[in-house]
Write a protein that binds this ligand. Sequence first.
Ligand SMILES: Nc1ncnc2c1ncn2[C@@H]1O[C@H](COP(=O)(O)OP(=O)(O)OP(=O)(O)O)[C@@H](O)[C@H]1O
Ligand SMILES: [Mg+2]
Length: 230
Amino acid sequence: MSVIGVASMKNSPGVTTFALALATTWPGGDTVFVELDASGGELGGYFHLDRNIGIASLATELRRERDPDVLFHHTQTLPGGQEVIAAPVGPAQAHAAVTALTTTLPEVLRKSLGGTTLVADLGRLAGPSAELAASMDTVLVMARPRLTDLMHLEGLAEAVPHAEIILTGPGTYPPGEVIDALGVKVRAHIAHDPAAQWFIQGRHGRTRFVRAVRRVAAGLAKTTRREGAA
Ligand SMILES: Nc1ncnc2c1ncn2[C@@H]1O[C@H](COP(=O)(O)OP(=O)(O)OP(=O)(O)O)[C@@H](O)[C@H]1O
Ligand SMILES: [Mg+2]
């Protein structure tokens, strides 16, 4: 199993939209999308999910039982078929659940989950979400290629050695300059695409956004498989 975290440092660059699209376009499709955003979840509101099932109920069960299969007791299925573990919408409840998971989830993630890939929306890479990021295989940090976003990524290479950057939307800094300045690999640049806003509403057409995320998913899946086989 591999665990991919997606996060921002600031300025809402599209983490939830990208992370959900990454899970949905992952080759083979055996993925669980988990909202570990301590400021509150998005999916519960969009898809009218059962509020009693999600990371809060997961945190409660993991206090008693550290079996990886426990994750699957707390998933719900989105209309398009994606399995998700949603965060509470309320920030206080979401923060409490993500904080509780910092003491239990890393141990579970270290154990095998067969071929399932977990894609986590970490929200801002701070506090409990940053703690959880430390136990993941790869952390994709999203930022617009402009100084007001990139300055918040200073020190990322040291703080999160397994981080990679996803640039998104317009800006003046090309990937090469970002790599030179921050010493962190740039995995991709996802262009601004107004169609991206439809994705989280469950409309998964063959948009430029979906094609771009699918390419990232294919590349990451290959790397992960190679590392798993090594
Ligand atoms: N590639 C894109 N092109 C254009 N708009 C996008 C793109 N990705 C996301 N958006 C839009 O940007 C807004 C923020 O997206 P999203 O909620 O995914 O960001 P976030 O980083 O998770 O924000 P938050 O900090 O609130 O968690 C939404 O309106 C979404 O539709
Ligand atoms: Mg978000």
